[in-house]
Design a protein around this ligand. Structure first.
Ligand code: BMA
Length: 377
């Protein structure tokens, strides 16, 4: 009898060790985030992100379960569909969404995604163990044009600027949305916020040539402070430039370690295969060294094939050689909007077969794997 009990205990132990493989205990006092008041769950999210590179890198997709090529989630509200799942049977581990037009109090974002649906999907995906990240293509506060309206605006929304009050109102609406993301126990869902991205390019009103680097940094810090004042405690802040020529490109706009949790970079394959590989390698190397100095995680926060429908082996021969062994926590593919604007793969795509190869690689981590990378307090 005694032996049976012992064997039972041993078996339970083995089962637990295998099934709870990556669930470790952490000490909250050891985790230092930009927001010193960040919630416990936000700290856990940060530890999860930091641990991912021990196993590989998480695969992410923008608007993954909201729409894909020739389908929209609202057409089948009870099903959880994703182009990535159609191709590989796996759901992405990182789910990206965009908050553009939340500042205007609209019901739909700039890509006609309803914020109610977005919130619903965030809750569902978080419950399944996904990591959630938000970008924000907000309008130009001076002209009410889009993010791509490069009329000078940053200095007007800084403290004392003519459009300050309007901007504070925009950040209030943004804050209300963040605070409305609640899990089943009514606790705020921790997410990554990646505002004012690709600032070293000239295409957004907050980008190079459209505001000074000093004003950009102030915009970041003041937005961070406004979110604190609005009592938003569920954010990790990700800073992500576009392709950098050198580390000076990273540093020029960097608002400071006290305002940033995660480093990122956005790299698309403009310029062809060789340039893409070179850019990814040099840029992830810059991130690696900047991140190591600061003990922060880093990610390839946007990428994709700008010539969809070409390069049948894009995943294993273009993307993977650049990101393997790079130490990134995740790679996020941009959205599959329509046949002339998609950056990932879908069931009838020429890269579908290659994607299945990519999915099978040991380093590529999808939802079921990343879900297991978790921490207890
Ligand atoms: C861009 C494009 C746009 C879209 C925006 C925000 O890169 O995909 O069509 O509106 O992202 O999602």
């Amino acid at each position: 009898m005694k032996y049976i009990v012992k064997i039972g205990i041993l078996l339970t132990f083995i089962v637990c060790m295998t099934s709870c493989k990556s669930t470790y205990r952490i000490n909250l006092e050891d985790i230092h985030l930009a927001n010193i008041k960040a919630s416990e769950k936000t700290k856990i999210l940060y530890e999860r992100i930091k641990s991912i590179p021990n196993d590989g890198f998480a695969f992410g997709h923008q608007d993954a379960t909201i729409y894909g090529i020739n389908w929209k989630q609202p057409d089948s509200p009870l099903k959880l569909r994703s182009d990535i799942r159609d191709v590989s049977g796996k759901l992405p581990a990182v789910h990206g969404y965009d908050l553009g037009h939340i500042e205007l109090n609209h019901s739909f974002n700039l890509d006609t995604v309803s914020f109610v649906l977005m919130r619903d999907q965030v809750k569902k995906m978080y419950k399944k163990g996904a990591i959630i990240t938000f970008s924000w293509h907000l309008d130009n506060p001076v002209t009410d044009g889009s993010s791509w309206d490069t009329t000078a605006a940053v200095s007007e929304i800084l403290k004392g600027g003519l459009k300050r009050e309007k901007y504070e109102n925009w950040v209030s609406r943004l804050s209300i949305f963040f605070k409305s993301l609640k899990d089943e126990k009514d606790q705020p869902i921790p997410v990554v916020f990646r505002p004012f991205h690709e600032m070293n390019g000239g295409w957004f009103w907050w980008g190079e040539g459209n505001c000074s680097a000093e004003d950009y940094k102030e915009l970041w810090r003041q937005t961070f402070m406004l979110l604190q004042q609005n009592n938003v405690q569920n954010l990790l802040f990700a800073y992500s430039p576009n392709i950098m020529q050198s580390k000076e490109d990273f540093e020029r706009y960097y608002p400071g370690d006290e305002y940033v949790d995660i480093l990122g970079v956005d790299i698309y394959n403009y310029g062809g295969k060789e340039a893409f590989l070179r850019n990814i390698k040099t840029n992830l190397e810059i991130l690696r060294s900047e991140a190591q100095k600061r003990s922060k995680p880093y990610a390839l926060t946007e990428t994709g094939n700008i010539n969809p429908g070409s390069d049948p082996d894009w995943w294993t021969e273009n993307l993977y050689p650049g990101i393997k062994d790079s130490g990134i926590a995740w790679v996020l593919l941009w959205r599959n909007a329509r046949l002339d604007h998609y950056f990932s793969t879908y069931k009838d795509d020429v890269t579908a077969e290659d994607f299945r190869e990519f999915e099978k690689l040991e380093e590529t981590l999808f939802l079921d794997q990343v879900k297991k990378i978790n921490f207890k307090l």
